[in-house]
Design a protein around this ligand. Sequence first.
Ligand SMILES: Nc1ncnc2c1ncn2[C@@H]1O[C@H](COP(=O)(O)OP(=O)(O)OP(=O)(O)O)[C@@H](O)[C@H]1O
Length: 409
Amino acid sequence: SQLLSLLHSMWQSLQDSITPYSYFDVPEFLGSSAVEPNDLYRHVHLYLHQSLLSSAAASVSAPPRLTLSLPRGSVAVPSLSLSPNQSLEDSFAGHRLLWTHQADTLQDSLEERRSFSLRLPKRAAAALLGSYLSHLSDKADHLERSSRPRRLYTNSPRGGSPSWSSVPFRHPATFATLALDPPLKTSLLADLDAFAAGREFYRRTGRAWKRGYLLHGPPGSGKSSLIAAIANHLRYDVYDLELTRVSHNSDLRSLLIQTSNRSVIVIEDIDCSLDLTGDRRGTAKSSAAALAASRKRAARKRPQPSISNDSSDSEDESCRNSNDGRVTLSGLLNFIDGLWSCCGEERVIVFTTNYAEAVDPALLRPGRMDVHVRLGACGAHAMRELVERYVGATEHDMLRVAERNDSIQ
Ligand SMILES: Nc1ncnc2c1ncn2[C@@H]1O[C@H](COP(=O)(O)OP(=O)(O)OP(=O)(O)O)[C@@H](O)[C@H]1O
């Protein structure tokens, strides 16, 4: 048997010396017609585009192709790709791999059939292929995310079938432009990054991949700007859900199902809706909170939000009957953390309020909104940033006021 295994390894070495590589073909389209694109081809294209941009491009023999393409969405993106029959070397786990771009013009047609060919060391191919392709797809996915045009959605008015309409999302606020006290900024960024990288964590723990943020603070304290900064940081779409336009829980569900993965879903001024909850239940709310919410409603001249509460078993039936609104608190809770919250991945749900004390406790319960962010008066550090950015000065009366406030607190 020793002789046999010796012969076997000699035979393998001989084969390896004749054909030491394995080759894999990645065509642009699946099947014979150019209809169904191959996602892996797109990923390889993006991955090599990035490699060509980096210093590795120096090792390419012929000049790469530079094209302007519309890969997804409506924004043209310049893209670098290998010219036909040009190769680019890559290394992974200590092995050298070679990508070659192949382009053949079909007979009797001007159509070009393109594919990438991957060359791997034969002995390592089986162990290498899976992990290399998932490394490549992760990188391509990241690139795709960071270059994709994003949109701001709002839900259609009541009456018709619930749907979203959208415009390009181009809000300029970022964590760099937002003046926040450093510990808050650092912890928010860390939280968002951990969330975005949390696929494995959420899978392992059996939890829906979503995170709830409650932003509270007086008008103008930066809640909307923070939402934009969150969306820009994560490169997510934004769904601005106007609850007053939603007639039924079923419409709420339908809207949720239509939202895409990697999105921020925003419900602003949640306190206005929840104040009605209190009225309808007949339970006494803090008069200050009720006053605050009604003041705000009046100021905004909004239609009456149509949220009611059906989460409590002891709900007064007559109140339920007198309730002409059919989006209920339990519908909203289901939206946040019930079964329906799981029909998608990578969702950040943000509620804003000017009066946290006016928000129904059911929404504030620990675990429901994961992160509560209070945005108050500008601290000295944030004020210094703003003064420098807006006035270009390091001294200002407002800065002294902020410093005095900080020292009193
Ligand atoms: N921390 C901040 N850093 C930079 N700019 C800020 C900050 N906070 C507020 N602003 C500026 O103040 C203005 C109002 O902010 P924003 O609309 O985000 O407040 P808001 O809390 O959402 O207000 P409202 O409760 O009325 O909706 C914006 O122009 C924004 O640029």
